[in-house]
Design a protein around this ligand. Sequence first.
Ligand code: PAF
Length: 326
Amino acid sequence: MTFFTRGLVSTGLFLAASFPALAQTEVKIGYALAPDSHYGVAAQKFEDVVKAETGDDFTFKHFPSSGLGGEREVIEGLQIGTIEATIVSSGTLANFVPETGVFDIPFLFRDLGHARDVLDGPVGQEILAKFDNVGLKGLAWGEQGFRHITNNRNPIHTPADVEGLKIRTMENPVHLAAFNAMGAAPTPMAWPEVISSLQQGVIDGQENPLSVIVSVKLNEVQKYLTLSGHVYSPAMLLVSKPFWDGLDDDQKAAFQKAANEAVAEMRGYVDNVETTGVETLKERGMEVNALSAEEKAAFQASIASAYEGYYKTYGKDLVDSIVNFK
Ligand code: PAF
């Protein structure tokens, strides 16, 4: 190496050390379920669209299967800016924006179409915007489907069948009130503790949509599945507000577009598992029964006292306007 080339090399090394390549921003995205779940496919779509729209600005690191902790912890991570993005259920969202709890009211929505229309309509969008005030940016409503009860004690047809049933609920006061009113013995619990609690018999059952029951293989720890469809389970794609505020307008538009496409993917996944999930779970050995319209009405009647509380908290007019939304 000549004196001249040696000089060039050392200058190059010096420049490389002093001026690293333009930094890419890492987006850590955490969610409770596996990469092949409705959350996983949505998170992947989110990454793909952001990258397609922004080139090399961002890299993504996925933390599936509660790799960053329970949903509440992850949301708190977003607030302080240590985690950039998440997809969560509505489980703990009412602890951050209390109005969100209105969508957790059992027997509120007729079907998926009704729920999607309300969440994408003025009421849903107004509540989504409130996340701006608590260190979060709610980008879009996704969903998990309608929740059903699984347990190891007995098949469920009537409220008497859930009497004293040790059932895990999300850490959600609206769900807790409903299961208390039914006469069950609900235990609110963060998701990462649920499987081991079922295995050890600390709880008899839990409730989740088919998307979760199939993806987590709850059939390995639960015998009975009752298609109760007692409540719709919304999900949300959120980013950290400190992170959002650091984006320029083009990047914000890219993230919003990506979120819209991600939740469309999630809803498509849910549509599919809602039609195939029961067969899958029967094949895996679960004993499945569906509540008839009369049986469902008996469950609805059993939570009348909880409804009194919901009307007080959210206003009867709002609840009725959602029920009657066409
Ligand atoms: O039951 C829950 O806590 C949620 O539905 C889950 C499984 C964490 C998905 O968000």
